[in-house]
Design a protein around this ligand. Structure first.
Ligand SMILES: *[C@@H]1O[C@H](CO)[C@@H](O)[C@H](O)[C@H]1NC(C)=O
Ligand SMILES: *[C@@H]1O[C@H](CO)[C@@H](O)[C@H](O)[C@H]1NC(C)=O
Ligand SMILES: *[C@@H]1O[C@H](CO)[C@@H](O)[C@H](O)[C@H]1NC(C)=O
Ligand SMILES: *[C@@H]1O[C@H](CO)[C@@H](O)[C@H](O)[C@H]1NC(C)=O
Ligand SMILES: *[C@@H]1O[C@H](CO)[C@@H](O)[C@H](O)[C@H]1NC(C)=O
Ligand SMILES: *[C@H]1O[C@@H](CO)[C@H](O)[C@@H](O)[C@@H]1NC(C)=O
Length: 675
């Protein structure tokens, strides 16, 4: 196609609607992806289908489109699709094809990150737990069993997409796919096998012949023709660039915020800061594809999060957890996208030059032979307003800001000038826990070792024992107290996330770790024992498996050592004693958190129940919410039974930490709160 025709077509495609997508290879050059042979400036946003529900999808996609995006990026989540080897699930929230078709119906493109290792604050980084039991397996390296299973899954997904004609090369909308994920972070640990694996993964992916490019994010040595892309907060500063002059600059994860971990405050990234980073990436790094990670974070339903990650995911993204627009982030970025698209022609076709405008000020200019021109005036001074002269005019640039000049003369946008209104989200407490007549309750059993069928003379690895079917594993044993020493202490060291300790059915104490102390947690509490037989019952809780790091298949967790200390710090080691196990809680077995399960349980009025530590609560007179139904903020407050853990049973005002009110999810993960 003659160059002029291409330019015109580019301009037309940047109109508000992309009604049809013609079939044709997607390729790339040093400037951008080429769709139907044309360079494109693409704004993309991550929306992960299992983190919302099918009836939310159309609205989320519509809001993304209205916000100026033309691509939706998602990972593919292996462990939800193949929970048991060879048994696939693509239903409901997991309906990948339906999600992609919904995007197609609204005329956007898709960037499909298959992985299949994805990290993504997702349980086990997206790898199915059955993979651990494949003989001889080592994850994510030049290891035959792993490569076999990875290739099988990647091929399956690619075939699904091909069967539905979803690749752009088939007339569909997938313009980009990803294999592996931030592998560079662990590559060293595998020595030369790591590098071989990168080469294998790239050639395996390319051999699947999708007709659209593959990328590897955060992988500087991504082999040709796979594109290396940038992930991070500030790719406009940090990206070392494509590893070949014919590859475009793509930013696959522009973090709109940061995931939130248990016990910490949300990370707030301002609209101004995001806009600055994006404009800088376009101006300085030839950026032609920017993806917001996340555009909508959504909810980590059920037991889907990785260690210590809370159920709300990137709630501070342009669309909040519930899919509501966060202002001014959403509108400010929409204005940025419009200003960039208005100038797509010089950006994609023009010649680049730069000039210094001062110590910390510079202009990045893109100009075509025919005279179309755009300039990015950057003021890198984080505080001071700068007055700069550019082509015979003077421009005021606020501190740390970029002005986009259409025609190199008219300010179309400044990253620091927010015109959108600031939005506010308020929440209302609908029911207080102190109104205990408003709650029904039922106590969770504390098992004693007599009743259990599973006996071992050692402390078992929690992940293997539960097979990740539950967060909870009870370890119980008996301790024969014969000494007269009055100062006894229970000492428990564990690789799990939470321990609740009971002696003779009485609550002794709780300890939990945190995201940053990733490792041992230690409980040390004074206890009082009877003569001879004492029941020691320890509830070990894992709130998600790790999602990153090398050798994930070798990880173990759960209790590591249990001792009774006396006043001289001498101890009896119970670790190799007779331990009995109960996988999961009774309330989980009876599915007390479902409508049917709740009906069958013997609820009592909360007031009448002794103040015990492990209690299920359900509010009286409210409907149960329903998993998978469209949610509004209001619906989140409809109560399902929740597992409450009384922090201090002696206190008169009951304070509980609860799981997400709507789902039995990562119980005790959320910060302790008063209902
Ligand atoms: C855990 O799952 C694996 C694979 O599905 C299975 O082989 C193994 O027997 C299970 N272990 C237990 C303790 O159920
Ligand atoms: C991605 O967006 C964030 C704001 O969400 C911004 O701070 C960051 O700089 C962007 N990433 C890059 C690589 O610029
Ligand atoms: C951007 O592209 C131009 C050619 O179009 C090239 O001269 C320049 O080095 C590129 N800049 C970066 C940072 O890659
Ligand atoms: C201008 O671009 C060149 C590369 O093309 C780069 O080395 C230089 O640092 C840039 N100057 C500014 C002020 O960005
Ligand atoms: C506890 O220890 C005492 C003294 O060694 C012993 O006589 C008794 O049988 C033990 N009790 C149990 C239940 O093991
Ligand atoms: C063993 O436990 C200690 C600590 O609680 C008590 O003080 C002792 O009285 C008890 N010993 C016996 C024989 O009951």
């Amino acid at each position: 196609m003659p160059k002029e025709a291409a330019v015109i077509a580019v301009i037309l495609l940047f109109g508000a609607f992309l009604v049809t997508v013609e079939g044709g290879e997607v390729s790339y050059d040093g400037r951008s992806l080429l769709i139907d042979g044309m360079r494109r400036m693409l704004f993309s946003g991550s929306i992960h289908y299992p983190r919302s529900t099918p009836d939310m999808w159309p609205d989320l996609i519509a809001k993304a489109k209205l916000g100026g995006l033309n691509v939706i990026q998602t990972y593919v989540f292996w462990n939800i699709h193949e929970p048991i080897q060879g048994q696939y699930n693509f239903e409901g929230n997991y309906d990948l094809v339906r999600f992609i078709k919904e995007i197609r119906d609204q005329g956007l493109y898709v960037s499909l990150r298959i992985g299949p290792f994805i990290e993504s604050e997702w349980n086990y980084g997206g790898l199915p737990t059955w993979l651990r039991y494949v003989p001889g397996i080592v994850f994510r390296t030049d290891n035959e069993p792993f490569k076999l299973h990875m290739e099988r899954f990647v091929t399956k997904i690619v075939e699904m997409m091909k069967n539905e004609k979803l690749y752009a090369s088939q007339g569909g909308l997938i313009i980009l796919s990803q294999v592996e994920n931030e592998y560079q972070n662990v590559e060293q640990a595998f020595h030369e096998k790591g590098h071989n694996y990168v080469k294998w993964a790239a050639s395996m992916a390319v051999s699947l012949q999708t007709g659209v490019p593959w990328m590897m994010c955060k992988q500087d040595d991504a082999p040709d023709p796979v594109i290396n892309t940038c992930n991070g907060m500030n790719c406009g500063q940090t990206f070392t660039g494509p590893n070949s002059p014919n590859k475009p600059s793509l930013w696959t994860e522009n973090w709109t915020s940061f995931y939130q971990v248990y016990g910490q405050e949300p990370y707030l990234r301002t609209a101004e800061d995001i806009a600055y980073a994006v404009a800088l990436f376009i101006a300085k790094k030839n950026g032609s594809f920017v993806n917001y990670y996340m555009y909508h974070g959504g909810t980590n339903f059920g037991r889907s999060t990785s260690s210590y990650i809370i159920t709300a995911y990137y709630d501070q993204a342009p669309l909040d957890e519930y899919g509501l627009i966060w202002q001014p982030k959403w509108a400010h970025l929409k204005e940025l996208h419009a200003a960039v698209k208005l100038n797509a022609e010089p950006l994609l076709m023009g010649k680049y030059t730069n000039v210094s405008l001062g110590n910390l000020q510079e202009a990045h200019v893109f100009q075509t032979d025919t005279g179309s021109c755009v300039a990015f005036l950057v003021n890198a001074d984080s505080i001071h307003v700068a007055s700069v002269q550019f082509r015979n005019a003077v421009y005021e640039l606020p501190g740390r800001s970029i002005s986009i000049l259409s025609g190199c003369s008219t300010v179309a946008f400044n990253t620091a000038k927010v015109s959108a209104q600031y939005g506010r989200r308020t929440s209302t407490v609908v029911k207080y826990f102190s109104q205990s007549n408003k709650w029904k309750a039922i106590t969770e059993n504390i098992p004693s070792s007599d009743l259990s069928l599973m006996v071992q003379h050692k402390l078992l690895d929690q992940m293997t024992t539960t097979n990740d079917t539950t967060d909870y594993l009870w370890y119980t044993t008996k301790y024969n107290n014969t000494s007269e020493d009055e100062k006894k202490q229970l000492f428990v060291s564990s690789l799990s996330h939470v321990i609740h300790a009971f002696v003779n059915n009485e609550y002794i104490g709780t300890i939990h770790g945190s995201y940053n102390t990733n490792g041992h947690i230690v409980l040390k509490n004074s206890i009082s024992l009877k003569n001879q037989q004492n029941d020691i019952s320890l509830l070990s809780v894992m709130v998600g498996l790790p999602d990153s790091g090398a050798y994930l298949e070798h990880r173990v967790d759960g209790l590591r050592s249990v001792r009774i200390l006396n006043s001289n710090n001498e101890f009896d080691d119970l670790s190799k004693g007779r331990w009995t196990y109960q996988v999961g809680l009774s309330g989980e077995k009876s599915k007390i958190f479902t409508e049917e399960g709740a009906k069958l349980a013997d609820w009592e009025i909360a007031e009448s129940i002794p103040r015990q530590p492990l209690v299920w609560y359900m509010s009286i007179g409210t409907q149960l919410g329903e998993h998978g139904k469209r949610r509004s903020v209001d619906q989140w407050t409809k109560h399902r039974p929740v597992l409450g853990f009384l922090q201090n049973p002696e206190r008169s005002a009951i304070s509980v930490s609860v799981s997400h009110p709507t789902f039995l999810s990562k119980t005790l993960r959320e910060s302790p709160c008063s209902l």
